[in-house]
Design a protein around this ligand. Structure first.
Ligand SMILES: NC(=O)c1ccc[n+]([C@@H]2O[C@H](COP(=O)([O-])OP(=O)(O)OC[C@H]3O[C@@H](n4cnc5c(N)ncnc54)[C@H](OP(=O)(O)O)[C@@H]3O)[C@@H](O)[C@H]2O)c1
Ligand SMILES: [Zn+2]
Ligand SMILES: [Zn+2]
Length: 393
């Protein structure tokens, strides 16, 4: 059973009984060796409706544009849901300094297949399909061969504000439909509610990948999560599923109760409370930084045990710490971005089999500007998901 908030009302829904279209089982196999990066030709009729930011104010408004025609390896999806990631805040407001306007954000996409190209093997019309943070890569480098397309040596093409191989600027999921090469599409497990699957496509894979890579899945180990937003609340859920002792470090005391009850964290610490923080010195095996703001690296490194690991997935304005904080205790600091296609499918299947569901607030597209503002104010519990199909018109 999970709770869904929509238009001010709370709904209880049971994932096991959620209607879902039948999906054929298939083993994700990588299309290694293919160098075909051609895309379909563009439709020039501006038939795709989206919401775009026009300038660094970041304010979104309706915008019509064209997407390419469906190529032989492409899947065309009618977008049903799109999660709202902090990246949408950063990009619409040009925080990275290279936003190209009009910018249609959104990279936690779940849609229903409406058309497939002639070579498409893994999806059929009517399937629920996910698309995450990238929609293309070279498909011939060692990283692509290993299913780590996000690290493609020629650069993965981001789902929005990326430059695709045909020179077009990619446009994200705050839109009516999208055309994507099937390699970058994911099977939404049967019976997994599609609106809940959306946050897994970025937030979920972003925390799952470093947790697996750094062995943060050993039962009994102590795990700290910095920041309780979209990424952070999923890190708590994965931590519990892996049998870890999970502590949340939050700047929002108002999140304490839900962190401990609803999300199942073992401990909740207000990170601005020096006394509470010092008491935890040398007690963590792993810490994952999911905060959208700056943190004190020296402080968090001091909370790690000897050989402990601090992984950054958030993007603080700088990473600065004293060498002694790292060297004494032989600690590790590392970074990570989303994840490859192979692990994304694995993570989706893991969530389905372990009944891991994000806590979401479903909103209409008309609320997107307010949602982005609320994220900046840390007022999110814990992921906004836009009901594209029922509100975009
Ligand atoms: N590496 C990747 O591939 C990747 C992918 C997606 C997102 N990201 C990045 O990960 C970060 C989190 O994304 P999100 O979508 O989870 O954001 P979010 O839902 O807005 O949550 C971020 C949380 O960080 C905490 N926070 C905010 N400002 C803070 C500050 N000044 N100091 C300390 N904590 C602060 C807040 O939690 P509390 O209220 O609990 O303090 C806030 O709710 C962002 O920087 C985003 O750009 C990275
Ligand atoms: Zn994201
Ligand atoms: Zn590559």
């Amino acid at each position: 059973m999970y709770t869904l908030k929509y238009k001010g009302k709370t709904h209880q829904r049971c994932p096991e009984t959620h209607p879902s279209l039948s999906l054929t089982d298939w083993n994700l196999h990588l299309l290694s060796g293919s160098v075909n990066m051609t895309s379909g030709t563009a439709n020039a009729n501006g038939e795709c409706l989206g919401w775009a930011a026009r300038d660094p104010s970041g304010i979104l408004s309706p915008y019509k544009f064209s997407r390419r025609a469906v190529g032989s390896d492409d899947v065309s999806l009618d977008i049903a849901y799109c999660g709202v990631c902090y990246a949408d805040v950063a990009w619409t407001r040009n925080k990275m300094g290279h936003s190209k306007y009009p910018l249609v954000p959104g990279h936690e996409i779940v849609g229903i297949v409406k058309e497939v190209g002639s070579n498409v093997q893994h999806f059929k019309v009517g399937d629920y399909v996910g698309v995450g943070t990238y929609v293309n890569s070279c498909r011939e480098c060692q990283y692509c061969d290993d299913g780590l397309e996000v690290h493609c040596s020629k650069g993965a093409v981001l789902t929005f504000d990326g430059i695709d191989v045909d020179g077009t600027i990619t446009k994200g999921g705050y839109s009516s439909y999208i055309v994507v090469h099937e390699r970058y599409c994911f099977r939404i497990p049967k019976s997994y509610p599609p609106e809940l699957a959306a946050p897994l496509l970025c937030a979920g894979i972003t925390v799952y990948t470093p947790m697996i890579r750094h062995n943060m899945n050993q039962p009994g180990k102590s795990f700290g999560v910095i920041g309780l937003g979209g990424l952070g609340h999923l890190a708590v859920k994965f931590g519990k599923a892996f049998g870890l002792k999970v502590t949340v470090f939050s700047t929002s005391v108002s999140k304490r109760e839900e962190a401990l009850t609803l999300l199942g964290a073992d401990n909740f610490v207000v990170s601005t409370d020096e006394h509470q923080m010092k008491a935890l010195c040398n007690s963590f095996d792993f810490i994952l930084d999911t905060a959208s703001g700056d943190i004190s690296f020296d402080l968090y490194l001091s909370l790690l045990k000897t050989a402990g690991v601090l992984v950054l997935v958030g993007f603080p304005s700088e990473v600065k710490f004293s060498p002694g904080s790292l060297n004494l205790g032989a600690k590790t600091i590392s970074g990570s971005v989303t994840g490859g296609t192979k692990q994304t499918q694995e993570m989706l299947d893991f969530c389905a089999s372990n009944k891991i569901y994000p806590n979401i607030e479903v909103i209409p597209i008309q609320y997107a500007n307010d949602a982005l503002e609320r994220m900046i104010k840390k007022d999110v519990k814990y992921r906004f998901v836009i009901d594209i199909a029922n509100s975009l018109e």
